[in-house]
Design a protein around this ligand. Structure first.
Ligand SMILES: [Zn+2]
Length: 102
């Protein structure tokens, strides 16, 4: 997890820290909370597996259990968890569609 110190005027990242305390101290001493804010950036879990450097968003499996933070790209193509208990319908054709010639 990263903490970015953002300049409110320019929206630029001025500093990056790995703990919130460090980021707070930096803004406190070097800048000001009136002009700068801190945002928390959680990187995609694909970073460790595929070298992905995108920002991740929390995902859940179909039990509702958090599977960590994944970016859209990894979520679509490389996500190693079950997204839904009905996922096989789409691919395997199991489902409720009736055949045309019944
Ligand atoms: Zn990713």
């Amino acid at each position: 997890m990263e903490y970015q110190v953002i300049n409110n005027k320019t929206n630029k990242v001025e500093q990056v820290f790995y703990t919130q305390e460090d980021a707070m101290e930096c803004v406190d001493f070097d800048y000001s909370f009136a002009t700068h804010s801190i945002i928390e950036v959680i990187s995609c879990r694909g970073y460790h597996r595929f070298g992905c450097e995108n920002e991740g968003h929390e995902r859940h499996d179909w039990y509702g259990i958090s599977t960590g933070h994944w970016c859209d790209e990894c979520y679509e193509s490389k996500y190693p968890y079950k997204k839904s208990r009905y996922a096989t319908e789409e691919y395997d054709g199991y489902g409720e569609r009736l055949s045309d010639d019944y």
